[in-house]
Design a protein around this ligand. Structure first.
Ligand SMILES: [Zn+2]
Ligand SMILES: [Zn+2]
Length: 115
């Protein structure tokens, strides 16, 4: 029960599709969200339930895109995920900073649902 989302940026960097969300069996332990590493210039997913998120390549501490907000927030989103009581993780339909060109030109498109 998640989504396949793909980062796209004006600079035409070739980002791969990401599996965001989690499987049915581990929904309260795993919530994979898109996370950039500005050092490696790449985007991957990390588990939001981990206290400290690190890049799988360079092991630097990284911060995910999106945020945890109140559940009844109804701004336009690409992807959201219930996260603890009354909260959800939300990836808004807006521009984010690209790890390659460092400009606020990166957005996410939804490619598919999966479970
Ligand atoms: Zn890295
Ligand atoms: Zn870019």
């Amino acid at each position: 029960m998640g989504s396949v989302i793909r980062p796209v940026c004006k600079c035409n960097s070739n980002f791969s599709s990401l599996y965001a969300g989690c499987g049915f069996s581990d929904w309260d332990e795993v919530c994979n969200v898109p996370t950039p590493c500005f050092h490696c210039q790449t985007i991957f997913t990390r588990n939001l339930y981990n206290k400290v998120l690190k890049c799988p390549k360079c092991r630097r501490v990284v911060h995910p895109y999106g945020e945890v907000v109140d559940f009844n927030n109804d701004m336009e989103e690409v992807f959201s995920w219930s996260f603890q009581f009354n909260k959800k993780y939300q990836l808004l339909r807006k521009k984010f900073t690209c790890p390659v060109c460092k400009e606020e030109k990166l957005s996410f498109i939804k490619e598919a649902m999966w479970d």
